[in-house]
Design a protein around this ligand. Structure first.
Ligand code: F0G
Length: 353
């Protein structure tokens, strides 16, 4: 049967109002890719798989929650949607709003949104507003505006975002026939960790698929859940998770506790090292924030805090590397230029043969 998107596939498992009018870009259905060369670098005796969410229609996992949030907004009669964003939510909201015939307004922190995300929001037709402040400031503003005007908020505070994002957990259980032992993922505003946990619990209650332990990973310069207090001026190269006051922070902490997992922080260096390892060992290019879950796993393994034997571990890689090409090109050594002559080519490649 033809694939018609997440609402169609999992309709009976998603708590959506009757007025919902499905708007889909055939999101979801992303591959769970074994990464054996990477796992061998990290340790022995375990299985590691990457759920590559960068293959969603707008290049990030946000499309899972946006199909549901926009479908509900459309059915309810909303004409305009709004969100605060570090970039991916903005691009996804803009795309789904356009497909639904709605207007979208996105607030982003000035100068801190990667090129692929900003250009997405613009090409999909959003009204893009930069604020002289952080994501957290932007979120406070959109919450207030949506209470004052008939504008639908599509940040992950919106419960229908969580409903859609639960499908990531469903897909993993469908593919493996069981939940993995561990799930590693980056944590920013904490919607995704909340949704995965809800999804695994729901599937376990229905089909006895088990529940993973959850490893949530923040960037060290933006780690309010690890520090135990909000971070006023969060900083990290992983701009997607540059968030100091996660809206669903309490749920993330509860998830760590209930799943017998934990939330940890990793440095920007660890994130960029993992981004490079994934690309150069496995051919998977993910944006920096998306490498954080695996960087956290590597961190715990090297600190001797992880018993790997016989474990099946899934890492969620949340967004595509093409979202943030500048992080690569700004740091690269410019490729060598040679004369358009065979001898010149021979002389430069001989050393690599
Ligand atoms: N990875 C990527 C690529 C993201 O864009 C985000 C969040 C996260 C991880 C963290 O997910 O917030 O549910 O804990 N991006 C949001 C945005 C904040 O505006 O695009 P979370």
């Amino acid at each position: 049967m033809a694939y018609k998107g997440l609402i169609d596939k999992y309709s009976s498992l998603l708590d959506l109002p009757a007025h919902t009018r499905p708007v889909s870009l055939l999101e979801g259905n992303t591959p769970l890719i074994p990464v054996d060369r990477l796992s061998q670098q990290l340790g022995e005796g375990f299985e590691l798989l990457v759920k590559f969410e960068g293959l969603n229609p707008t290049g990030s996992f946000k499309d899972r929650g946006m199909t549901t949030a926009i479908s509900e907004a459309l059915g309810r009669g909303s004409k305009t949607v709004i969100c605060a964003s570090t970039g991916n939510t903005a691009a996804s909201a803009a795309a789904y709003a356009s497909r639904a015939g709605l207007k979208s307004i996105v607030l982003i922190p000035q100068g801190k949104v990667a090129t692929g995300k900003l250009s997405g929001a613009i090409v999909y037709g959003a009204q893009v507003i930069q604020i002289d402040g952080s994501f957290d400031d932007a979120l406070t503003m959109v919450v207030e505006i949506s209470e004052k005007y008939p504008i639908c908020l599509v940040n992950s505070i919106n419960p229908y975002r969580i409903e859609g994002q639960k499908t990531g957990a469903f897909e993993i259980c469908d593919t493996l026939d069981h939940a993995p032992d561990w799930l590693c993922l980056p944590v920013g505003n904490a919607g995704n960790i909340t949704a995965y946990w809800a999804g695994f619990k729901q599937y376990d209650a229905l089909y006895a698929t088990g529940r993973p332990q959850i490893l949530g990973v923040q960037a060290a310069g933006s780690a309010p859940l690890v520090l135990g207090h909000p971070v006023e001026n969060p900083e990290t190269v992983a701009t997607a998770i540059r968030i100091g006051k996660p809206a669903r922070g309490d749920e993330a902490l509860e998830t760590a506790l209930e799943s017998n997992g934990r939330i940890i922080a990793v440095s920007d260096d660890e994130i960029l090292t993992m981004q490079k390892m994934l690309a150069q060992l496995e051919g998977l290019w993910v944006e920096p924030a998306s490498a954080a879950g695996l960087a956290g796993l590597a961190h715990e393994i090297s600190a001797g805090k992880f018993s790997l034997k016989g474990q099946r571990i899934v890492a969620i890689c949340t967004g595509h590397g093409l979202k943030d090409p500048d992080i690569i090109t700004n740091a690269m050594v410019k490729p060598q230029i040679i004369a358009a002559k065979l001898e010149a080519l021979e002389s430069v490649i001989q050393s690599s043969l």
